[in-house]
Write a protein that binds this ligand. Structure first.
Ligand SMILES: [Zn+2]
Length: 302
């Protein structure tokens, strides 16, 4: 059981951020969302930018070898300096370029827990692996516990801390006037979401974070997912409903006395696998991880 989880997590993390990639062939592709907000895709987490004469605000920065390409792509849209860099969470496919952008003059902003985790060695017990502390230049300079506001280029940008879902330092970035959101990995379109338990994530927190995000959105909202194509409120709601259904079924099975390792065989995700199972997480693997996590939230039997 534990071995299975270790293998599973190792596969996931290999896919997420530690795989050897040929960054030379990566192209940074911008998508205009409003007059001054763009989403950019490359390799790793989606980027968002707010441009204007007061300077550029960049959300996430992918991997370090891509920093020059990302900077170049941004400068072709707006030559102004990148004043602020917001990290949606600590993962290396979203924050790998921090050192480079700080050296270019950006002020890095993130949730308190992102800096805390980057400052210290991270020990992943499930993986039996240690990740060293990040370089001092990679660390966020400004951190916050709950909410933070930027007033820049005529836009009001709010950073909102979510529940402990994907990690314990997740935020969404809400461009309030434009009705645009960057969800980080609290909403992804690669299939079943990754829940990083060793970085403080939880399945229930992932769900309540989706609810929190949805509470700010309307039918005209544009949503930049952590990975995948630009989305709508309805896209977010579909994933939320699917995950709630999976959660209810897992909880029902656990309450009936099923063991965690018996739950993947119940076919809970069969109807979702054709769509959500295309990513690196197969339905059975996702259910196993979710069941393990949910079991810990149930009252212990006497
Ligand atoms: Zn992530």
């Amino acid at each position: 059981m534990k071995n299975l989880l270790i293998v599973l997590l190792f596969m996931l993390l290999s896919n997420l951020s530690f795989a050897q990639q040929n960054f030379d062939t990566v192209k940074i592709r911008p998508l205009k969302i409003t007059d001054n907000i763009y989403m950019l895709k490359g390799s790793g987490g989606n980027l968002g930018i707010l441009i204007g004469k007061e300077g550029t605000l960049l959300v996430d920065d992918q991997f370090a070898p891509l920093s020059n390409k990302i900077n170049g792509a941004i400068k072709t849209i707006d030559p102004g300096e990148i004043k602020f860099l917001v990290n949606t969470h600590l993962h290396g496919d979203h924050s790998g370029g921090n050192e480079n952008f700080k050296r270019m003059g950006a002020t890095i902003v993130a949730h308190d827990h992102v800096r805390e985790r980057m400052t210290t060695e991270q020990v992943n017990k499930q993986l039996n692996r240690t990740t060293p502390a990040r370089d001092a230049d990679a660390l966020p300079v400004i951190t916050f516990p709950d909410k933070m506001n930027f007033h820049l280029n005529g836009e009001d940008v709010q950073l909102i801390h979510l529940d402990n879902g994907h990690t314990d330092g997740d935020i969404i970035v809400h461009f309030k006037k434009a009705n645009v959101f960057h969800m980080g990995d609290a909403y992804v379109r690669y299939g079943y979401p990754f829940i990083d338990l060793s970085s403080g994530g939880s399945f229930s927190g992932f769900l309540s974070s989706l609810d929190k995000g949805l509470s700010f959105m309307d039918d005209n909202s544009k949503v930049i997912p952590g990975h995948g194509e630009l989305a709508s409120k309805n896209d977010v709601k579909i994933l939320r409903d699917q995950l709630y259904d999976i959660r209810e079924q897992i909880l029902a099975a656990l309450k009936k006395g099923k063991k965690v390792e018996e739950i993947p065989a119940l076919g809970i995700t069969d109807k979702y696998d054709p769509t959500l199972g295309k990513g690196f997480f197969k339905g059975k693997d996702f259910v196993l991880l979710a069941a393990e996590d949910l079991k810990a939230t149930l009252p212990k039997k006497k």
